[in-house]
Design a binder for this molecule. Structure first.
Ligand code: SF4
Ligand code: SF4
Length: 297
């Protein structure tokens, strides 16, 4: 029995330094009787066919997730996998914004359990001791707020290394603390990635339809709620501080580079060309529809 479940999502690049850090953390946490720890494949690349996902979705107890992603990307990628909860504030966060006030009250959290999820970016600590110390601090927080024993996660052999990481994927992750379900992204994407659920809320319906490397719709979202955790640009990968206001500080616009929407159009057109589809210039009807959209009638 344990008080806290810790999931360590391993690095997709298998770099020796990262593997060593992961194994050091797993080895120490495996000795802690109040923690149930499990090694998992890279979080972003997990598919619904992963055998452990159904069990993890059923867990409603406190959870700490460590991965090589920004904390916000960890939280909302878990959410998109059906592993939901409230944002736990961590102290091992170089950006200092693992849990913004908005993240604490996600608009669609009504169906999320009240349990906390702490998300830790493994890049935020250079040593295993730093991460272990933060997990110990979280464990102490759980002891004082939720002092009851949990069933261990139904994942075997916590020290085992994932031998064959799944193939890499590319798809948008939605921050539902910011999304206002305006559906701009559905209108913009021509690949059928997005859909709408029974409550008229946005869903990422066909994630693998997304074109690898294309981050176009993240530039047109008015709330900056779309991110691509593996993108090289921190602001698109879910870095702290990449809120709606960050768009106003886009230096590329100051220096005459294409504006964000133009850049998004160019990226989408490149993805269309790559998919063998033609991009046709806008006709008069398209321009009229754009004008009506702009007028917000
Ligand atoms: S454009 Fe942004 S705010 Fe609008 S539905 Fe899509 S993700 Fe949500
Ligand atoms: S990045 Fe491009 S292909 Fe992927 S969802 Fe956005 S618009 Fe569609």
């Amino acid at each position: 029995m344990s008080l806290l479940t810790v999931l360590l999502f391993q690095s997709p690049d298998r770099a020796p330094r990262r593997l060593a850090l992961e194994e050091s953390i797993l080895a120490v946490l495996a000795q802690e009787p109040d923690i149930a720890v499990a090694a998992m494949p890279p979080l972003y690349d997990l598919t619904d066919s992963n055998a452990d996902l159904a069990s993890l979705r059923a867990l409603t107890d406190p959870l700490a997730a460590l991965a090589w992603l920004y904390p916000r990307a960890i939280h909302w990628t878990l959410h998109q996998r059906g592993i939901k909860g409230r944002v736990g504030k961590t102290q091992l966060d170089r950006g200092g914004e693992s849990a913004s006030p908005k993240d604490q009250t996600p608009k669609d959290a009504a169906d999320a359990p009240a349990r906390m999820i702490w998300s830790l970016d493994l890049r935020d600590g250079d040593t295993a001791a730093m991460h272990v110390a933060e997990i110990q601090r979280i464990l102490q927080e759980v002891r004082t707020t939720e002092p009851r024993s949990l069933a261990s996660p139904p994942i075997q052999n916590p020290k085992s290394r994932i031998q064959n990481p799944p193939p890499s994927r590319w798809y948008p992750v939605i921050d539902f603390a910011r999304c206002n379900h305006c559906m701009e992204c559905i209108d913009f994407c021509l690949f059928g990635v997005y859909g709408v659920d029974d409550d008229a809320h946005l869903v990422v319906e066909s994630p693998d339809n997304c074109k690898p490397g294309c981050p176009a719709c993240s530039r047109v979202c008015p709330e900056n709620a779309i991110f691509f955790p593996m993108h090289r640009a921190p602001s698109i990968a879910g870095a702290p501080g990449a809120g709606p206001d960050a768009r106003k500080l886009d230096l590329s616009e100051l220096f005459g580079a294409p504006a964000a929407v133009q850049l998004a159009d160019d990226e989408r057109n490149a993805a269309l060309a790559g998919a063998g589809k033609e991009t046709k210039p806008k006709d008069d009807l398209d321009k009229l529809m754009d004008a009506l959209d702009d007028a917000k009638l």
